[in-house]
Ligand binder design. Structure first.
Ligand code: P6P
Length: 331
């Protein structure tokens, strides 16, 4: 029986393909794995550790922070800052970017992160996730970071991924050469390669959207959902967990589309471009899928603000293209 590959070994093997790299990305990805294990431990024992429920504070999104939101944010900040590979971090939980080291003068990479997405689901034992993206700094080393180091198009991503704290804990990531998934073996505290070369199935038939919002959606979304509903005999089904990473991961494996559309009272939708939509868009496209908003490719978008929201439609190419036809018919 061949030896299972650990996350660390897989990253090191990947580095070996680029002999001139500094090893900072390897260190950074390794640090993300360490932070994920620490967060996983707390998520799995939240009910016992007295860290369920809200922290009595709100974040920049004016959302009530859960105790686990704060724990996850602090953990990733601490580990990534200590690693010396990171110049700055943009987090859903922090209004302003965090500059690591001396005003971000050192460190080659910028990390954008949603430390614990869907955290309100923890109280009811539903799976939740961490979403991250990694890009190179634009400002030369030795100079203080500027906002342009953070507000980069999705195509500038060097790597992106997510951690899914579910029935098992998985880390799924890409560096632009396909998507690979690792499953944590808690007995040894290692992530092992369990899903090499992840791809969307050729055809997807799952649609994931908050049905209660349909009346607030634009016509293309209503027509698309109506068509899905009319095709239940052809195998179309609705699945919506209310936790983006969980819905995305299920659709990646079984084939589906996730929609968080523009709404009459929220024209920009709910999800954030930099640390939710574009990291998952990178994964989606590397796995043969698509990710768009109401105007085109998510990866092509350059954000105007750290916490910018966008409408989001991501998943199988056949489903996103079917949705696109309704969008284009509207124009
Ligand atoms: P709604 C969680 O708050 C989140 O950001 C995503 O994880 C999830 O898909 C979405 O919001 C759920 O939003 O409006 O359906 O409750």
């Amino acid at each position: 029986m061949s030896k299972a590959t650990t996350f660390g070994e897989f990253i090191m093997d990947g580095q070996a393909e680029f002999p001139f790299v500094s090893g900072q990305l390897t260190r950074l990805l390794t640090d993300i794995g360490v932070a994920a294990k620490i967060v996983n431990h707390q998520v799995n024992r939240a009910g016992l550790a007295g860290i369920l429920g809200d922290a009595g504070s709100t974040n920049i999104q004016d959302e009530t922070q859960q105790k686990l939101d704060v724990f996850a944010d602090v953990t990733f900040m601490r580990i990534l800052t200590a690693g010396k590979s990171v110049a700055g971090i943009g987090s859903e939980e922090q209004e302003e970017p965090i500059l690591c080291g001396d005003l971000g003068k050192a460190g080659k990479y910028i990390v954008l992160i949603d430390p614990l997405d869907g955290s309100s689901n923890v109280d009811v034992n539903v799976s939740i996730g961490t979403i991250f993206r990694i890009q190179r700094r634009k400002t030369p080393m030795g100079e203080p970071l500027t906002k342009h180091d953070f507000l980069q198009a999705g195509t500038e991503q060097v790597a992106s991924g997510y951690v899914l704290y579910g029935s098992s804990t998985m880390l799924v990531y890409t560096t632009g050469s396909g998507v690979n998934g690792f499953t944590l073996d808690p007995a040894v505290g290692e992530f092992f390669l369990s899903h090499p070369g992840m791809k969307f199935p050729e055809i997807g038939k799952i649609y994931s959207m908050n049905d209660a919002l349909l009346s607030k959606c634009s016509t293309p979304t209503k027509l698309f959902i109506e068509e899905c509903r009319e095709n239940t005999d052809a195998g179309f089904i609705a699945r919506y967990i209310g936790s983006l990473v969980s819905d995305f991961h299920r659709n990646l494996i079984h084939g589906g589309i996730y929609l968080y559309p523009s709404l009459k009272d929220k024209p920009e939708g709910k999800l954030r471009l930099l640390y939710e939509c574009s990291p998952l868009a990178f994964i989606a496209e590397q796995a043969g899928g698509l990710a768009i908003d109401d105007h085109g490719s998510i990866l092509e978008k350059t954000p105007t603000d750290l916490h910018q929201r966008v409408p989001y439609y991501v998943g199988n190419k056949n489903l996103v293209e079917a949705f696109l036809k309704f969008q284009q018919a509207e124009k």
